[in-house]
Write a protein that binds this ligand. Structure first.
Ligand SMILES: NC(=O)c1ccc[n+]([C@@H]2O[C@H](COP(=O)([O-])OP(=O)(O)OC[C@H]3O[C@@H](n4cnc5c(N)ncnc54)[C@H](O)[C@@H]3O)[C@@H](O)[C@H]2O)c1
Length: 258
Protein backbone atom coordinates (compact mmCIF):
# COMPACT_ATOMS: atom_id res chain seq x y z
CA UNK A 1 0.00 0.00 0.00
CA UNK A 2 2.54 2.65 -0.98
CA UNK A 3 1.29 6.22 -0.37
CA UNK A 4 4.03 8.51 -1.57
CA UNK A 5 4.38 12.14 -0.56
CA UNK A 6 2.09 11.86 2.41
CA UNK A 7 3.39 13.56 5.54
CA UNK A 8 2.78 12.13 9.00
CA UNK A 9 3.55 13.55 12.43
CA UNK A 10 4.03 11.04 15.26
CA UNK A 11 4.26 12.45 18.79
CA UNK A 12 6.35 10.51 21.29
CA UNK A 13 8.00 8.87 18.27
CA UNK A 14 11.38 8.46 19.94
CA UNK A 15 10.83 5.02 21.44
CA UNK A 16 8.36 2.22 22.07
CA UNK A 17 5.00 2.26 20.30
CA UNK A 18 5.63 5.69 18.70
CA UNK A 19 8.93 4.52 17.20
CA UNK A 20 7.27 1.39 15.77
CA UNK A 21 4.42 3.50 14.33
CA UNK A 22 6.90 5.92 12.72
CA UNK A 23 8.75 3.04 11.08
CA UNK A 24 5.56 1.34 9.84
CA UNK A 25 4.33 4.60 8.30
CA UNK A 26 7.69 5.02 6.57
CA UNK A 27 7.37 1.46 5.24
CA UNK A 28 4.07 2.63 3.67
CA UNK A 29 6.11 5.31 1.90
CA UNK A 30 5.17 8.22 4.14
CA UNK A 31 7.60 10.93 5.20
CA UNK A 32 7.53 11.13 8.99
CA UNK A 33 8.07 13.99 11.41
CA UNK A 34 9.21 12.39 14.66
CA UNK A 35 8.31 14.63 17.56
CA UNK A 36 9.33 13.84 21.13
CA UNK A 37 10.16 15.59 24.39
CA UNK A 38 13.48 13.71 24.11
CA UNK A 39 15.27 15.04 21.01
CA UNK A 40 18.05 12.40 21.02
CA UNK A 41 15.57 9.54 20.75
CA UNK A 42 13.54 11.40 18.10
CA UNK A 43 16.75 11.79 16.06
CA UNK A 44 17.47 8.06 16.32
CA UNK A 45 14.01 7.18 14.98
CA UNK A 46 14.36 9.82 12.22
CA UNK A 47 17.68 8.25 11.16
CA UNK A 48 15.96 4.83 10.86
CA UNK A 49 13.24 6.39 8.68
CA UNK A 50 15.82 7.98 6.40
CA UNK A 51 17.57 4.62 6.05
CA UNK A 52 14.23 3.32 4.66
CA UNK A 53 14.43 5.96 1.89
CA UNK A 54 11.83 8.37 3.33
CA UNK A 55 12.31 11.92 4.49
CA UNK A 56 12.18 12.65 8.18
CA UNK A 57 12.52 15.50 10.63
CA UNK A 58 13.17 15.17 14.36
CA UNK A 59 11.54 17.84 16.52
CA UNK A 60 11.77 18.41 20.27
CA UNK A 61 8.27 19.18 21.55
CA UNK A 62 6.37 18.65 24.78
CA UNK A 63 2.78 17.88 23.73
CA UNK A 64 1.42 19.68 26.80
CA UNK A 65 3.04 22.98 25.73
CA UNK A 66 1.08 24.95 23.12
CA UNK A 67 4.15 26.95 22.00
CA UNK A 68 6.08 23.74 21.34
CA UNK A 69 3.18 22.35 19.32
CA UNK A 70 2.79 25.54 17.28
CA UNK A 71 6.50 25.31 16.48
CA UNK A 72 6.19 21.61 15.59
CA UNK A 73 3.39 22.39 13.13
CA UNK A 74 5.23 25.42 11.66
CA UNK A 75 8.48 23.47 11.14
CA UNK A 76 6.54 20.64 9.47
CA UNK A 77 4.78 23.06 7.11
CA UNK A 78 8.05 24.82 6.28
CA UNK A 79 9.74 21.56 5.33
CA UNK A 80 6.89 19.60 3.77
CA UNK A 81 4.08 22.08 3.02
CA UNK A 82 1.29 19.82 4.29
CA UNK A 83 0.22 17.37 7.02
CA UNK A 84 -1.75 14.26 6.06
CA UNK A 85 -1.59 12.16 9.22
CA UNK A 86 -1.28 12.97 12.90
CA UNK A 87 -0.65 10.18 15.40
CA UNK A 88 -1.13 11.41 18.97
CA UNK A 89 0.97 8.79 20.72
CA UNK A 90 2.98 10.64 23.39
CA UNK A 91 1.89 9.59 26.83
CA UNK A 92 2.96 9.01 30.42
CA UNK A 93 1.63 6.86 33.23
CA UNK A 94 1.77 7.30 37.00
CA UNK A 95 0.95 4.23 39.10
CA UNK A 96 -0.26 5.24 42.57
CA UNK A 97 -3.18 4.82 44.96
CA UNK A 98 -5.39 7.88 44.62
CA UNK A 99 -4.73 9.00 48.22
CA UNK A 100 -1.01 9.30 47.37
CA UNK A 101 -1.38 10.87 43.93
CA UNK A 102 -0.27 14.50 44.23
CA UNK A 103 -2.31 17.25 42.58
CA UNK A 104 0.74 18.12 40.40
CA UNK A 105 0.97 14.48 39.27
CA UNK A 106 -2.74 14.45 38.36
CA UNK A 107 -2.26 17.70 36.41
CA UNK A 108 0.77 16.33 34.55
CA UNK A 109 -1.09 13.12 33.60
CA UNK A 110 -4.05 15.07 32.23
CA UNK A 111 -1.79 17.67 30.57
CA UNK A 112 0.28 15.13 28.65
CA UNK A 113 -2.23 12.33 28.02
CA UNK A 114 -5.34 14.43 27.32
CA UNK A 115 -4.52 18.11 26.77
CA UNK A 116 -1.62 17.06 24.52
CA UNK A 117 -4.07 15.25 22.22
CA UNK A 118 -6.28 18.37 22.15
CA UNK A 119 -3.42 20.79 21.41
CA UNK A 120 -1.86 18.72 18.62
CA UNK A 121 -5.26 17.92 17.06
CA UNK A 122 -6.37 21.55 17.17
CA UNK A 123 -3.28 22.91 15.47
CA UNK A 124 -3.08 20.17 12.86
CA UNK A 125 -6.86 20.22 12.19
CA UNK A 126 -6.58 23.84 11.00
CA UNK A 127 -4.26 22.65 8.24
CA UNK A 128 -6.25 19.50 7.44
CA UNK A 129 -9.47 21.56 7.17
CA UNK A 130 -7.79 23.73 4.51
CA UNK A 131 -6.56 20.62 2.71
CA UNK A 132 -10.07 19.09 3.02
CA UNK A 133 -8.54 15.75 3.97
CA UNK A 134 -6.50 14.08 6.66
CA UNK A 135 -6.49 11.46 9.39
CA UNK A 136 -5.91 11.74 13.11
CA UNK A 137 -5.17 8.63 15.16
CA UNK A 138 -5.13 8.88 18.94
CA UNK A 139 -3.42 6.31 21.12
CA UNK A 140 -5.72 5.67 24.05
CA UNK A 141 -5.43 2.44 26.06
CA UNK A 142 -7.32 -0.52 27.47
CA UNK A 143 -7.41 1.90 30.44
CA UNK A 144 -9.63 4.05 28.21
CA UNK A 145 -12.27 1.31 28.30
CA UNK A 146 -11.84 -0.13 31.79
CA UNK A 147 -10.49 1.37 35.03
CA UNK A 148 -7.78 -0.46 36.98
CA UNK A 149 -6.55 0.07 40.56
CA UNK A 150 -3.63 2.51 40.86
CA UNK A 151 -4.37 3.79 37.32
CA UNK A 152 -7.43 5.99 38.03
CA UNK A 153 -5.84 9.24 36.79
CA UNK A 154 -4.42 7.52 33.71
CA UNK A 155 -7.83 5.95 33.01
CA UNK A 156 -9.51 9.36 33.35
CA UNK A 157 -7.19 10.76 30.69
CA UNK A 158 -7.48 7.75 28.36
CA UNK A 159 -11.33 7.60 28.65
CA UNK A 160 -11.17 11.31 27.81
CA UNK A 161 -9.16 10.58 24.67
CA UNK A 162 -11.95 8.31 23.41
CA UNK A 163 -14.65 10.92 24.08
CA UNK A 164 -12.52 13.55 22.34
CA UNK A 165 -11.99 11.19 19.40
CA UNK A 166 -15.75 10.67 18.97
CA UNK A 167 -16.56 14.39 19.17
CA UNK A 168 -13.80 15.34 16.76
CA UNK A 169 -14.75 12.57 14.32
CA UNK A 170 -18.28 14.01 14.05
CA UNK A 171 -17.03 17.60 13.83
CA UNK A 172 -14.37 17.00 11.17
CA UNK A 173 -16.18 14.44 8.99
CA UNK A 174 -17.52 17.26 6.76
CA UNK A 175 -13.93 18.10 5.84
CA UNK A 176 -13.08 14.50 4.97
CA UNK A 177 -10.94 14.18 8.09
CA UNK A 178 -11.16 10.80 9.81
CA UNK A 179 -10.45 10.52 13.52
CA UNK A 180 -9.97 7.21 15.32
CA UNK A 181 -8.40 5.87 18.50
CA UNK A 182 -6.36 2.74 19.11
CA UNK A 183 -6.44 1.12 22.56
CA UNK A 184 -3.39 -1.03 23.29
CA UNK A 185 -3.48 -3.49 26.19
CA UNK A 186 -0.28 -4.83 27.79
CA UNK A 187 2.55 -3.90 25.43
CA UNK A 188 6.18 -4.77 26.21
CA UNK A 189 7.81 -1.32 26.15
CA UNK A 190 9.86 0.74 28.63
CA UNK A 191 6.57 2.12 29.95
CA UNK A 192 5.55 -1.36 31.08
CA UNK A 193 9.00 -2.02 32.59
CA UNK A 194 8.34 1.01 34.80
CA UNK A 195 4.77 -0.07 35.58
CA UNK A 196 5.99 -3.57 36.50
CA UNK A 197 8.47 -2.05 38.98
CA UNK A 198 5.86 0.24 40.55
CA UNK A 199 3.18 -2.46 40.81
CA UNK A 200 5.79 -4.90 42.15
CA UNK A 201 6.62 -2.44 44.96
CA UNK A 202 2.94 -1.90 45.80
CA UNK A 203 1.92 -5.54 45.68
CA UNK A 204 5.16 -7.08 47.00
CA UNK A 205 5.91 -8.92 43.76
CA UNK A 206 9.29 -9.85 42.32
CA UNK A 207 10.54 -8.11 39.15
CA UNK A 208 8.55 -9.25 36.12
CA UNK A 209 5.81 -10.85 38.19
CA UNK A 210 3.24 -8.00 37.88
CA UNK A 211 3.74 -8.06 34.10
CA UNK A 212 3.32 -11.86 34.13
CA UNK A 213 0.12 -11.62 36.19
CA UNK A 214 -1.37 -9.21 33.64
CA UNK A 215 -0.44 -11.54 30.80
CA UNK A 216 -2.37 -14.33 32.52
CA UNK A 217 -5.56 -12.27 31.90
CA UNK A 218 -4.97 -12.15 28.13
CA UNK A 219 -6.84 -14.75 26.01
CA UNK A 220 -3.99 -14.82 23.47
CA UNK A 221 -1.58 -15.58 26.36
CA UNK A 222 1.13 -13.10 25.46
CA UNK A 223 1.98 -9.45 25.82
CA UNK A 224 1.57 -7.32 22.72
CA UNK A 225 4.51 -5.81 20.88
CA UNK A 226 4.88 -2.24 19.72
CA UNK A 227 4.64 -3.66 16.18
CA UNK A 228 1.24 -5.26 16.96
CA UNK A 229 -0.05 -1.76 17.70
CA UNK A 230 1.84 -0.07 14.85
CA UNK A 231 0.32 -2.40 12.24
CA UNK A 232 -3.22 -1.38 13.27
CA UNK A 233 -2.28 2.31 13.25
CA UNK A 234 -0.68 1.90 9.82
CA UNK A 235 -3.91 0.29 8.54
CA UNK A 236 -6.00 3.21 9.86
CA UNK A 237 -3.51 5.62 8.28
CA UNK A 238 -3.70 3.84 4.92
CA UNK A 239 -6.14 4.25 2.04
CA UNK A 240 -7.57 0.85 3.05
CA UNK A 241 -9.47 2.51 5.93
CA UNK A 242 -11.65 5.18 4.32
CA UNK A 243 -15.01 4.34 5.95
CA UNK A 244 -14.06 4.25 9.61
CA UNK A 245 -14.23 7.23 11.90
CA UNK A 246 -14.91 7.76 15.62
CA UNK A 247 -13.80 4.22 16.47
CA UNK A 248 -11.70 3.06 19.43
CA UNK A 249 -10.05 -0.19 18.38
CA UNK A 250 -8.69 -2.58 21.01
CA UNK A 251 -5.29 -4.16 20.40
CA UNK A 252 -5.25 -6.21 23.59
CA UNK A 253 -5.00 -9.88 22.61
CA UNK A 254 -8.66 -10.23 23.62
CA UNK A 255 -8.23 -8.74 27.12
CA UNK A 256 -10.85 -6.07 26.35
CA UNK A 257 -13.77 -6.87 24.06
CA UNK A 258 -15.98 -3.80 24.16
N1 LIG B 1 3.02 0.15 26.83
C1 LIG B 1 1.75 -0.14 27.05
O1 LIG B 1 1.42 -1.22 27.59
C2 LIG B 1 0.65 0.79 26.65
C3 LIG B 1 -0.66 0.34 26.77
C4 LIG B 1 -1.71 1.18 26.43
C5 LIG B 1 -1.46 2.45 25.94
N2 LIG B 1 -0.18 2.87 25.83
C6 LIG B 1 0.03 4.24 25.31
O2 LIG B 1 0.86 4.18 24.17
C7 LIG B 1 1.61 5.39 24.06
C8 LIG B 1 3.09 5.04 23.94
O3 LIG B 1 3.48 4.27 25.06
P1 LIG B 1 4.87 3.46 25.13
O4 LIG B 1 4.59 2.20 25.84
O5 LIG B 1 5.55 3.44 23.81
O6 LIG B 1 5.63 4.44 26.15
P2 LIG B 1 7.17 4.84 26.27
O7 LIG B 1 7.31 5.44 27.62
O8 LIG B 1 8.05 3.70 25.90
O9 LIG B 1 7.33 5.97 25.16
C9 LIG B 1 6.66 7.21 25.28
C10 LIG B 1 7.33 8.25 24.42
O10 LIG B 1 6.62 9.48 24.60
C11 LIG B 1 7.56 10.51 24.89
N3 LIG B 1 6.92 11.52 25.74
C12 LIG B 1 6.60 11.43 27.05
N4 LIG B 1 6.06 12.58 27.47
C13 LIG B 1 6.02 13.41 26.40
C14 LIG B 1 5.58 14.74 26.22
N5 LIG B 1 5.07 15.46 27.22
N6 LIG B 1 5.68 15.29 24.98
C15 LIG B 1 6.21 14.57 23.96
N7 LIG B 1 6.68 13.32 24.09
C16 LIG B 1 6.57 12.74 25.30
C17 LIG B 1 8.72 9.81 25.60
O11 LIG B 1 9.91 10.58 25.54
C18 LIG B 1 8.79 8.51 24.83
O12 LIG B 1 9.61 8.61 23.69
C19 LIG B 1 1.26 6.20 25.31
O13 LIG B 1 0.25 7.12 25.00
C20 LIG B 1 0.73 5.16 26.27
O14 LIG B 1 -0.15 5.71 27.23
C21 LIG B 1 0.89 2.08 26.16
Amino acid sequence: MPLNNQIAIVTGGGQGIGEAISIHLAKQGKDVVVSDINLDSARKTAAKIKSLGCQSLAIKADVSNSRDIEKMVDLTREKFGRIDRLVNNAGIVIVKPIVELEEEEWDRLIDVDLKGVFLCSKMVARIMINQKRGKIINISSSSGKMGTEFFAGYAAAKFGVIGFTQGLAKELARYNILVNAVCPGIIGTKMWEMVDGELGKRLGLAKGRAFQKEIEKIPLSRAGTAEDVARVVAFLASSEAEYMTGQAINVTGGMVMH
